[in-house]
Design a protein. Structure first.
Length: 242
């Protein structure tokens, strides 16, 4: 009888130890799951904060320019500041900013500099693209690069003018150490006005857009968090299975 009782007690002890081990494993997996969820929430929070700062930057730039009678527009997603031809004076087939518009062009760059420097908000930005655009009139200059070349040189013309008058802009770098500002051209591929029959409609496409991109988690970062989350979830399910 005593032997049977001893066997029973040993069995109970073994069972309790197994249950405690499973409970410990489950607790560890739950902790890992919570940690992964917290990492994901932190990444999303960082991106949301950067997007909010970017939105405020664009609103303040637009307000500052409008206060000086320079009309600009902001895209619906608050990522792009559009500077119309009326502010820069681009003639059809020309990438030159006429001297009469230099003051306006420099003011635009000055306001951008002031706003992104406030509270070091430029640190939230990844790249600021100075993007040139054209109307749909064929262009055969610039070594036959067409409207692609024309739009790019419009962006370069503005950037060169800023470089002369606002040298501090060229010193900004993003978190990876790359230059914050960059130039690009889109030719006629992203028109502000789809219909380009009148001179006014064509002129609306001879513009410069300033596109602000923000620092944020990469797709690889989010995929890694997803893999960790799925692994922890599967482990918790297996541990909890009978």
């Amino acid at each position: 009888m005593s032997a049977l009782l001893l066997v029973f007690i040993l069995a109970v002890v073994v069972l309790v130890m197994q249950l405690m081990q499973k409970q410990s494993e489950l607790t560890g997996q739950q902790d890992e799951l919570q940690l992964t969820q917290a990492r994901f929430a932190a990444q999303v929070g960082t991106l949301q904060e950067a997007e909010h700062v970017r939105s405020e930057i664009l609103k303040e730039i637009a307000a500052g320019l409008r206060a000086q009678d320079i009309e600009v527009s902001i895209s619906q997603d608050s990522t792009v500041l559009s500077i119309p031809s009326s502010a820069l004076g681009f003639e059809s087939g020309s990438f030159t900013i006429n001297p009469g518009y230099h003051g306006v062009a420099v003011t635009v760059g000055s306001v951008i500099t002031e706003v992104i420097a406030k509270d070091d908000r430029w640190q939230y930005l990844d790249t600021v693209f100075v993007e040139g655009h054209t109307d749909n009139e064929p262009f055969s200059g610039l070594a036959e690069t067409g409207n692609w070349g024309l739009s790019t040189f419009r962006a370069i013309s503005l950037w060169d003018l800023w470089g002369e008058q606002l040298p501090n802009l060229a010193g900004y770098r993003n978190s990876e150490g790359s230059f914050l500002f960059s130039v690009s051209g889109y030719g006629e591929t992203r028109p502000a006005s789809q219909q380009q029959i009148s001179d006014e409609e064509r002129a609306s496409n001879r513009r410069i857009d300033i596109r602000f991109t923000v620092e944020g988690p990469s797709a690889d970062d989010l995929l890694e968090i997803q893999r960790q989350f799925e692994g922890a979830s599967e482990g918790a399910t297996e541990t909890g299975s009978p």
